[in-house]
Design a protein. Structure first.
Ligand SMILES: [Zn+2]
Length: 331
C-alpha cells in the first residue's frame, strides 16, 4: 500500500491525529462516505500510524520499525481485518465472534489493537448484534474501525456507539492535478472526475481498468435497444457479465442526464458531458415519464444488488421497458 496520505484526506487525518494527541480517541469509529474516496486506505494508514513503534512528527508511520515491517507483510497480530468471505454476500456472526475473541488477546507490540470491518454494512443481523456486545464493553486498547459507504444500513445501536468520521467528494479543482499525474497525458481528469461523481479513486479506476470501454459498449447497447437494433433479453445477458451494479450505475447516470436535458436542453450540468449530443437526441424521443421510469428501475435495481434478486430478470425488465419507451415512429 502506498503510505502517502491522499491529499483530500488531510482534514480527516488532522482531526483523528488531534484526537489521538489529546487522548480523546474512542474505541470505535465509523468511516462513512461514498465509494472511491479511499476510506479503507485511510483506516489502514491510521492502524499503521497507531501501531508503528516510532511514528514520524506528522504521526505517519516510519515504515522501518518491526511493527511497520509486520504490517507491510500483513502479519501484524494487532491488526485484524474482517470482510465478507469469498463469494459471501454478508459478514457472518462467526467472523465477528472470532474477531471479538482476538480483540481480548493481549496486545503484542503496541498500545492499540485495531480491527477494520469493511464494508461494515454487510454484517448480517446476528453479526451486528455480536459486534454490539464488543462495542458496549470494549477490551482495553481496542480500536474498531467500521468502513461503510452505506452507513444507513447499519443498526442505529451500532452507529450511536461510533465516533463518526465523514468523507465527502472533494472539489474537482483540488484533485484534478493529483489525478492527472496518475493517468495518461491524453486522458481528461475533469471528465473522469465528473463520471465518477467526484470520487478521485473511482475516477482513477475508470482510467486504468477498461471500465470506459465497458461504458462505451453499454451506451451503444442502450441506444441499440432504443431503436430495435439490440434485443433486450440478449442485451441483458451480455450486460450481466459485468455484474449488476456496473450497467445499472451507468444507466442511472444517463437517465439523470436525459431528464436534465429534457428540463433544460442547453444549460444543464451533465454527469456525462462527452455524450451530450447523443443523450439529447435520445432524450427527445422518449416521454419524460418514461425517463423517470428508467431512472426508478436503475435506482431500485441498485438497491437490490446485494440481495438474492434474479439479476437477469431485473435487467430484462428494465430493457424491455426501455425498448417500449422509445418512439420508433419518429426515426
Ligand atoms: Zn514504524
Amino acid at each position: 500500500m502506498n503510505s502517502e496520505l491522499y491529499p483530500w484526506q488531510q482534514p480527516q487525518w488532522e482531526s483523528v491525529h488531534a484526537r489521538v494527541a489529546n487522548q480523546r480517541l474512542t474505541h470505535a469509529m465509523l468511516l462513512s462516505g461514498p465509494g472511491g474516496l479511499g476510506k479503507l486506505d485511510f483506516a489502514r494508514r491510521l492502524a499503521r500510524a497507531l501501531l508503528c513503534e516510532s511514528p514520524q512528527a506528522n504521526a505517519m508511520p516510519c515504515g522501518g520499525c518491526r511493527a511497520c515491517l509486520l504490517l507491510e507483510a500483513g502479519t501484524h497480530p494487532d491488526l485484524i481485518e474482517v470482510t465478507p468471505e469469498e463469494d459471501a454476500r454478508a459478514i457472518k456472526v462467526d467472523q465477528i465472534r472470532t474477531l471479538a475473541a482476538q480483540m481480548t488477546l493481549t496486545r503484542q507490540y503496541a498500545d492499540y489493537k485495531v480491527a477494520i470491518i469493511q464494508p461494515a454494512d454487510l454484517m448480517n443481523r446476528a453479526a451486528a448484534n455480536s459486534l454490539l456486545k464488543t462495542l458496549e464493553e470494549p477490551p482495553a486498547g481496542a480500536l474498531m474501525l467500521l468502513v461503510s459507504a452505506r452507513p444507513g444500513e447499519l443498526p442505529a445501536t451500532i452507529r450511536s456507539r461510533c465516533q463518526l468520521l465523514r468523507f465527502a467528494a472533494p472539489e474537482p479543482d483540488t484533485v484534478a492535478e493529483w489525478l492527472q499525474a496518475c493517468i495518461e497525458p491524453g486522458q481528461d481528469a475533469r471528465l473522469l472526475l465528473g463520471l465518477a461523481s467526484g470520487a478521485p479513486l473511482a475516477a482513477l479506476h475508470l482510467a486504468t481498468s477498461g471500465e470506459l470501454e465497458h461504458r462505451a459498449r453499454l451506451w451503444e447497447d442502450l441506444q441499440g435497444v432504443a431503436v430495435g437494433a439490440c434485443e433486450p433479453v440478449a442485451t441483458a445477458a451480455a450486460w450481466l457479465k459485468l455484474g449488476l451494479e456496473v450497467p445499472l450505475n451507468w444507466v442511472h447516470g444517463w437517465a439523470v442526464d436525459m431528464i436534465r436535458l429534457r428540463m433544460s436542453p442547453s444549460g444543464s450540468h451533465l454527469n456525462n458531458p462527452d455524450l451530450r449530443p447523443a443523450l439529447q437526441a435520445l432524450a427527445e424521443r422518449v416521454d419524460l415519464r418514461r425517463l423517470y421510469g428508467l431512472l426508478d428501475r436503475a435506482g431500485q435495481g441498485l438497491g437490490l444488488a446485494q440481495t438474492t434478486v434474479n439479476q437477469q430478470l431485473l435487467l430484462e425488465e428494465m430493457l424491455v421497458y426501455w425498448f417500449d419507451a422509445v418512439d420508433t415512429q419518429s426515426s
